[in-house]
Design a protein around this ligand. Structure first.
Ligand code: PLP
Length: 288
């Protein structure tokens, strides 16, 4: 019998349902040639997309930022729900990508190209369950990305290279820093610190992705009576924080216990992080 994780992802390409392995995309697609594309990732718990409005809002923002604001988002959203329903997946991920479409290779926007609207739903086995209890090690790496990291663009080469370096060093994530030591975010997560009981998070500027999970964590902290300060951490000041954690759609709330070989706090997940993990779980379970 096929295991749960072996079920094939179900895709929707411009409105047509098909197994993901049957999707065919032109080599002239601008997403492929130029990274002229944006994407979004949603977590599905119990068959329902989590924080759907927030993800949809960010998708719209990304599309407008790359001047693809004419995409019919309500139609795309209906497709997402149809695909999810047809998949019957309960614990899943939805991946959506919109490109400027296929056209003879030339940098300016093509005239008359039809944007490619691809999404798929894949079964999800929570790979982070164990490390959420123990915490993870990370390394720091220079942030060599562009100045529009607030756009969820598919141009992820700096993230890929930094993450590979982390993996090769036995770490779970690379946390990126600017020339002055300012820590921005992870390659696929946002970064939080805890100093004297206060949660610290980098400002939502062009230098980080406005993480949907980050937004939720700010709300959950406030609901739990934990103060939040919008302030970037600096690589040189990591000794001053008692806790550090990462956030993301699949990551959820992930304690960081060691950075570049130096322990954070006493080297175990701290009480504020654990409280927020609990609040996150309660929010998922308790949603209407
Ligand atoms: N920062 C970056 C660079 C990311 O790629 C991601 C998610 O993939 C995040 C932060 C976390 O964002 P979210 O909580 O919306 O998943």
């Amino acid at each position: 019998m096929a295991s749960e994780s072996a079920r094939e992802p179900l895709a929707n390409l411009n409105g047509t349902l098909m197994p993901l392995s049957e999707v065919r995309i032109s080599p002239l697609d601008r997403g492929f040639l130029f990274g002229d594309a944006i994407y979004e990732v949603l977590r599905v718990y119990g068959g329902k997309p989590w924080l759907e409005e927030e993800h949809w809002h960010r998708l719209k923002r990304s599309l407008e930022a790359i001047r693809l604001g004419s995409i019919d988002l309500e139609r795309l959203r209906r497709r997402m729900h149809e695909t999810l329903k047809a998949s019957t997946f309960q614990e899943a991920i939805v991946y959506l990508q919109i490109t400027r479409g296929a056209a003879p290779r030339s940098h300016p926007f093509p005239t008359g190209a039809t944007p490619l609207e691809l999404l798929w739903v894949q079964d999800y086995h929570d790979a982070y369950a164990a490390v959420r209890q123990t915490g993870v090690q990370v390394l720091t790496a220079p942030d060599v990305r562009w100045e529009r990291c607030d756009i969820k663009s598919t141009n992820l080469l700096p993230n890929v290279l930094a993450m590979q370096a982390a993996k090769e060093a036995g770490c779970h994530e690379a946390v990126l820093y600017l020339a002055d030591g300012t820590l921005t975010e992870g390659t696929h997560s946002n970064l939080f610190g805890v100093r004297e009981g206060t949660v610290l998070t980098a400002p939502s500027t062009n230098l980080i992705l406005p993480g949907i999970t980050r937004g939720l964590i700010i709300q959950l902290s406030q609901r739990c009576g934990i103060p939040v300060t919008v302030e970037s951490l600096n690589r040189a000041e990591l000794g001053d924080v008692s806790e550090l954690f990462l956030s993301g759609t699949t990551t959820e709330v992930l304690p960081v216990i060691c950075v570049d070989g130096h322990l954070i706090g006493n080297g175990t997940p701290g009480p504020v992080t654990k409280r927020l993990q609990q609040a996150y779980r309660e929010a998922v379970v308790g949603r209407s």
